[in-house]
Design a protein around this ligand. Structure first.
Ligand code: GRF
Length: 226
């Protein structure tokens, strides 16, 4: 974990496969001064990921790492992650930020970046891991959905939880509408989680992440339907 008050800014490496709206939220938070960090690399497994475009626009190193040359090897996923690790090391990345990265990360990366790799997921974990989860939450009939930022461990969407936002499900909700309202919260949540890390306030003890300096938290409840 970085020490609090370090003079140089935390070096982020963002892995993304698609649209990159979370990447954009992180860029915007850095520009607005609410996140003290720098993005030194955006890497994608998809050549035409919009996330790469967004990075280039901001003059951030944008790397497309083609998975195809690795695909016939028996250890293709690990070999690909070793190649990623090389790029991350070259850029001296301190914290990996998965932002819509649609590839399973192997222990090659997880071990090298233990408690130094975050992911954002559009559900209140441990409910609804996996894909298409906003629709699954709606179909299940939950009244409160949300999103989670967590450290990455080997179990998919199972790592220690850093921060969550609860989003009420509305009476006439559709999957698209719920997804959009959750995404709005994701864009606030991810920069906040990274800032807590940058301030050296996160401690991982078994499954629990404790956050330093949270002495006077409100203890209310969100009731849905209100
Ligand atoms: C987000 O909903 C995120 O929670 C999930 O993938 C989506 C990525 O969206 N892991 P974007 O590429 O950041 O716009």
């Amino acid at each position: 974990m970085p020490a609090a008050g370090r003079p140089d800014k935390l070096r982020l490496g963002v892995l993304a496969s698609g649209r990159g709206s979370n990447l954009q939220a992180i860029i915007d938070a850095i520009e607005a001064g609410s996140l003290q960090a720098q993005i030194v690399l955006v890497l994608s497994n998809k050549k035409d990921a919009q996330a790469l475009e967004r990075a280039r626009k901001c003059r951030i190193d944008a790397v497309f790492l083609d998975p195809k040359p690795f695909k016939d090897r028996p250890d293709s996923r690990e070999a690909y992650d070793r190649a990623i690790l090389e790029v991350l090391t070259k850029h001296e990345v301190e914290l990996i930020v998965l932002a819509g990265y649609m590839k399973i990360v192997t222990p090659v990366l997880i071990k090298a970046y233990e408690n130094r790799m975050m992911n954002i997921h559009p559900s209140l974990l441990p409910s609804f891991p996996g894909l298409d989860v906003q629709k699954k939450a709606l179909d299940w009939g939950v009244k409160i959905a949300g999103c989670t930022v967590h450290f990455v461990t080997e179990g998919v969407d199972e790592g220690p939880i850093i921060i969550q936002a609860a989003v009420p499900v509305l009476e006439k909700d559709t999957a698209d509408a719920l997804t959009a309202r959750i995404l709005e919260q994701e864009h606030k949540l991810y920069p906040r989680a990274i800032q807590l890390y940058a301030e050296g306030r996160l401690r991982v003890e078994a499954r629990r992440v404790s956050v330093a300096g949270l002495d006077s938290q409100p203890a209310g409840a969100l009731i849905s339907p209100a």
